[in-house]
Write a protein that binds this ligand. Structure first.
Ligand code: HGY
Ligand code: MN
Ligand code: MN
Length: 414
């Protein structure tokens, strides 16, 4: 099987999936438990069936295809990524890895090579956390880390909980724990993903071998003050939530820069209430996303944010909440599996480079407990989470080829 033949199928499938967006012409918006998610899941299920897989949609909204091995009682080899997107995102983030996984299943079937273990391809639901501010919902549920209370707790900006969104989508959140796999039933996890950064493209490298993924902490901060007339209220009588919140927000990026080791911190969402230009804001909500390979750095920045909120809200006479949305530690990926893929790259004369991932992925969640490996393919100009996101189908096809060779190695282990 050559790259050109694989490329044709990968291109066909990803081009077809581009239509499943809530913002046609303005990037991919495919949020969990929406019409677009349903369309993508149905299409992916059809591809899996065509590839000869047994297909189920689990209680968390993951779409799962299984290619049976001769010893199905052995822990499976699982490969996948997420089918959801950010708002106005790109056409490759996540979904390209799902198509890669289905392509590996096709190649395994076509080569007819013996397979002891089952090969399982997965399209995960809600890796991004874009709608509910969380993340890794489908992969977390697969590990048994999600329950009905979790589903009730997190809401989108319209006040719809994961719980209600699931019911609306035809899923039963009370049964979310049915999505959990028996401990030990997943032997290895593989994920192909676009790099979403500038390294491979700038250095003209075809394959990224990911050796570690940063840890992430996400918070929603709400600062409470008091609304007043912007003209008549003297400055020393105000409880200005914007003034207090902005004094904290303005420090966060510098605290990350000070670490000088790739640590990043982002305030991506800020909302003032009531939001009038001649009203002192009574409330400000803002998100914080902190990432680092060094978990102490993440904890230190979170601690400094809390201390600054204590100081600035006390000075203003107001209050705050800092709600935790996600806490996940950095993960090192499987050296053994990376080495096997490095040999494949050499055999195929693909250029490659070891690199860390600054983006979180389902591998970050799964890699906490299961031997996991990721492969990156170049993102044009390093752009991602935006409509101009672009990756060459030829690079995705090369990733599918080397991951097929890794899968064949793993599938025949006792
Ligand atoms: O936010 C991320 O790192 C990823 O795109 N979920
Ligand atoms: Mn992704
Ligand atoms: Mn993403």
């Amino acid at each position: 099987m050559q790259v050109e033949e694989i490329l044709g199928r990968v291109a066909r499938d990803l081009e077809h999936l581009k239509q499943f967006t809530a913002t046609p012409g303005e990037g991919c918006t495919r949020l969990p438990f929406t019409k677009e998610a349903r369309q993508a899941v149905d299409f992916l299920g059809g591809l899996m069936r065509e590839a000869g897989m047994e297909v189920v949609e689990d209680a968390a909204g993951n779409i799962i295809g299984t290619l049976k091995g001769t010893n199905p009682e052995l822990p499976c080899v699982m490969m996948g990524s997420h089918y959801d997107s950010v708002i106005n995102g790109g056409d490759y983030d996540g979904i390209a890895g799902v198509i890669c996984a289905i392509e590996v299943a096709r190649l395994l079937k076509e080569t007819g090579a013996p397979m002891k273990r089952n090969f399982v391809a997965v399209g995960f639901c809600d890796e991004e956390g874009m709608r509910f501010g969380t993340g890794y919902f489908g992969s977390g549920a697969m590990l048994g880390n999600r329950d009905p209370d979790y589903c009730r707790k997190f809401k989108d900006t319209d006040g719809i909980s994961i719980y209600d969104a699931m019911k609306e989508h035809g899923l039963d959140p009370e049964k979310i724990q049915d999505a959990a796999w028996k401990k030990g039933s997943i032997g290895y996890f593989l994920e192909a993903h676009i790099e979403q950064g500038p390294v491979l493209d700038a250095e003209n490298i075809e394959i990224g071998l990911v050796d570690c993924i940063v840890g992430i902490q996400r918070y929603m901060v709400t600062v409470h003050g008091r609304s007043d007339h912007a003209g008549t209220t003297p400055m020393d009588m105000r409880m200005d939530a914007t003034d207090a919140a902005s004094k904290v927000i303005s420090k966060i990026a510098d605290w990350a820069r000070e670490k000088a080791d790739g640590t990043v911190a982002t305030v991506g969402y800020v909302k003032t209430t009531p939001g009038g230009m001649n009203i002192v804001a009574e409330k400000v909500e803002f998100t914080v996303d902190i990432r680092s390979k060094n978990n102490d750095n993440i904890n230190d920045i979170a601690r400094r944010i809390r201390a600054a909120l204590d100081r600035e809200t006390a000075a203003m006479g107001g209050s705050y909440e800092m709600d935790t949305k996600l806490v996940i530690t950095p993960v090192n990926l499987s050296e053994e599996m990376l080495k096997i893929m490095e040999e494949s790259c050499k055999a195929h004369a693909y250029s490659y480079k070891y690199l860390p991932s600054g983006a979180g992925h389902d591998s970050l969640e799964i890699g906490q407990v299961i031997p996991t490996v990721m492969v990156f393919v170049p993102s044009k100009d390093g752009r991602s989470h935006c409509p101009v996101e672009f990756t060459k189908y030829s690079d995705l096809s090369k990733a599918a080829l080397i991951m097929t060779e890794l899968a064949q190695n793993l599938l025949n282990r006792d």
